[in-house]
Design a protein around this ligand. Structure first.
Ligand code: WQD
Length: 343
């Protein structure tokens, strides 16, 4: 079924995008990367080729620009489906720059769907987020859990994007699968691709790695007074390769007879929560390296605890996670050491 279906991967040069492109190539798809390098660096495509033996086509495109996106479709199309990653994704940063997040994350989706319609492309996999839930009252959180007001502009952009997709699916020819990622982290086992945040990392795992390698002096643990067993916040850390494989399953869903249900939503998590201190302990155990950290005040926009009920994705996508937090820390540390040896 996948035989050379041409898949546009927006943001495909980024963290989850690049890992998904690898899995698409392994699965026999023909991915085309569109990226504007706003949160990624050149050179990723070469490493994708080193991993897979195949070099995906690449176009430097700002998906917020409808004219650039139309040019992309003309030059690299026709596309059979689109996986849309291109968005900003840091909760903390979105608190300081809300307008940048609304413009980029919502503008890019509207521009993309418009051009998809102009080119009769009707299958979309959308990169959503567990931040749409806000702080759930009951855990684990299922796809039926009522959405609260998201705690950050980032989460609100993902809520709005899901609504936009829902509404378009109702009146236009569009079939979508929206994947609510929990906390993607880790790196490919080859240590040739991984999380490569530009500037100071917003996210926990890359900050742990940069502290351990000596690029950062200390890891600030945001909050030690949460209502959790060790006082630090709990998240569902999911290996990025498991997240990537779920996108292949989502594409298969769109080509199966089950689809045509509008915008189907799935949680992508492990079903297990880990606190920040547990994550640090996992790193120290797997790397044999002591981490320099200190507990400081909470970060605005953070919720206390969230982890996923993954039974829908397990059942309907035939997908489940194969890796755990130790695999995340081991692979992320190997990636950080690769980066340090290739400066
Ligand atoms: C995790 C925990 C921080 C940095 C992420 C993605 C977002 C979405 C949801 C996909 C929190 C703590 C962090 C640090 C810390 N995923 N922390 N010190 O905020 O849960 O959001 O998952 O869409 O895209 O950003 O992830 O890694 O920033 O924080 O103590 O230096 O680690 O307070 O409890 P978050 P995060």
């Amino acid at each position: 079924m996948s035989d050379k279906l041409k898949i546009l991967v927006t943001g495909g040069n980024g963290f989850i995008g690049s890992h998904t492109v690898v899995e698409l190539l392994h699965a026999g798809y023909n991915p085309v990367i569109a990226d504007n390098f706003s949160n990624s660096s050149p050179g990723i495509v070469e490493n994708i080729e080193r991993i897979t033996g195949k070099r995906p086509a690449f176009s430097e495109t700002d998906i917020c620009s409808e004219s650039e996106t139309q040019k992309l479709f003309l030059e690299h199309g026709p596309f059979d489906a689109v996986i849309h990653f291109a968005a900003f994704k840091a909760v903390g940063e979105s608190m300081e720059k809300p307008l940048m997040y609304y413009h980029n994350n919502i503008g890019s989706l509207i521009s993309l769907i418009r051009v998809m319609q102009q080119n009769q492309v009707s299958k979309l996999v959308f990169s959503s987020s567990c931040t749409v839930y806000g702080q759930p009252d009951i855990l684990p959180v299922t796809e039926k859990t009522p959405l609260k007001s998201a705690a950050s502009p980032y989460g609100k952009t993902k809520q709005l994007c899901e609504e936009i997709i829902n509404d378009v699916c109702t009146v236009e020819k569009l079939d979508a699968v929206s994947l609510r990622y929990f906390n993607p982290a880790g790196a490919h086992e080859s240590a040739l691709i991984g999380e490569l945040p530009l500037g100071i990392p917003n996210n926990l795992v890359p900050f742990i790695m940069q502290t351990a390698i000596g690029k950062r002096e200390v890891l600030n643990v945001f909050g030690g007074d949460y209502n959790t067993p060790d006082g630090t916040a709990i998240r569902d850390y999911i290996h990025v390769v498991d997240v990537a494989k779920a996108h292949v399953s989502a594409l298969q869903r769109l080509y199966s007879q089950h689809s045509h249900n509008g915008n189907e939503i799935f949680n992508l998590g492990t079903g297990k929560g880990n606190s920040v201190l547990e994550a640090i302990n996992s790193f120290e155990k797997t790397s044999g390296t002591k981490l320099n950290y200190k507990i400081v005040a909470r970060r605005s926009g953070d919720i206390e605890k969230v982890w996923a009920d993954t039974s829908m994705a397990n059942k309907e996508l035939g997908w489940k996670t194969e890796l755990d937090i130790d695999d995340i820390m081991r692979s992320a540390w190997n990636w950080e050491k690769y980066l340090a040896s290739n400066v």
